[in-house]
Design a protein around this ligand. Sequence first.
Ligand code: UD1
Length: 417
Amino acid sequence: MQKLIIQGGRPLHGEIIISGAKNAALPVLCAALLTKETLKINNIPALQDITTMLSLLEQMGTSITDHRSSEVSLTAANLTHLVAPYEMVKTMRAAILVLGPLLARAGEANISLPGGCAIGLRPVDQHIKGLQAMGAEIHIRHGYIHAVAKKLQGARIVFDIVTVTGTENLMMAATLADGTTILENAAREPEIIDLANCLIAMGANIQGAGTDVITIEGVQTLYGTEHTVMPDRIETGTFLVAATAAGGEIHLKNTDSRLLDAVLDKLTEAGACIDANENWIHLKMDSKPKSVNLRTAPYPAFPTDMQAQFMSLNCVAEGTAIITETIFENRLMHVQELKRMNANIEVEGNAAIVYGIPQLDGAHVMATDLRASASLVIAGLIAQGETIIDRIYHLDRGYENIEEKLSALGAQIRRIN
Ligand code: UD1
């Protein structure tokens, strides 16, 4: 199994290019199932989750062509196998995103239940409830969601909770339904706008993406198009936190500060000087960071996917911070690992109280989920001595070439087998 070895204590300096967003690319890949024509996608990140999704779409009958660096073309002329098997869904929960498109286009889908996940229960009841409201017959059999619908019907659907992939799944399903679908209490994440833009370019009729009410007028057919995936706001935020914690001056290209308002506010509060526009972000940090309290909530509030990284920053900040996780019930697993590095953190329910200390100690730690892995990398960069991070396959699901990008910023980081 591969590990990362980091020698901490170096500030970060330099310029890197941010990759396309994993969480935007995954639903856009699934949108290819909605048309017989070719969907060409640019700015795809090279990540394990993308490889898994491409294999899943391929085994359903999608032909994958021109896959080079950050581009890929998908043609789902004939869908031959309407199944998402357990082996694929268990490694990547986002595989549930094929459910809506398959049902809308082929009238049937058999998707393994995602099951338990390290960061929480993460049920898919909202996806199922919405598709049932659109007329689908859904049964759970042998751990699979078996869904059938001759033709989905438009419906008014009010989500009980805000769900990102739930909103995306139903938005895709509704594009080919009969009549109008209204999604209320919809998620407002920028990735939903990116998906809607792709679907609109394919011929869909969607209004309100990015607000909590999305209206979709079903159409008969969708067509091929070319789409460029938005920048990864979580990768962007992770590098910005790393530089705020380690000190230095970094310039991030191919990203957009407007996607990160809540994160940039917190970094400024921590003491970072930030200059930015819609193409780049420049961050300078020449003092010790100050503690920042935060509470995760659906977009546009502070993202749960940035909580773990800010935990590492707060470990070495001046003062005490309270971090409250409201989205997932078990997303504080990095605390135990950070404590192995001498961090002073107390957990009470869904909140962590982080008492800043002068420095973390390098240690052997284990990544437990994707964003927790990123927090350990940041901790390793600011710790005294050597940090070894195990189970970095979690990191490879969501960060493209992380050690190359950090090395380009002057970090001492290497991967070993
Ligand atoms: C997406 C992101 C993930 C991010 C999360 C929250 C992708 C591929 N992943 O995950 O990186 O951390 O949003 O911003 O885009 N829930 C239910 N029933 C459902 C669906 C969700 O109870 O049917 C709950 C979940 O357990 C969780 C909360 O709703 O507590 C939010 O989950 P959701 O927004 O659906 O997360 P994902 O879309 O899986």
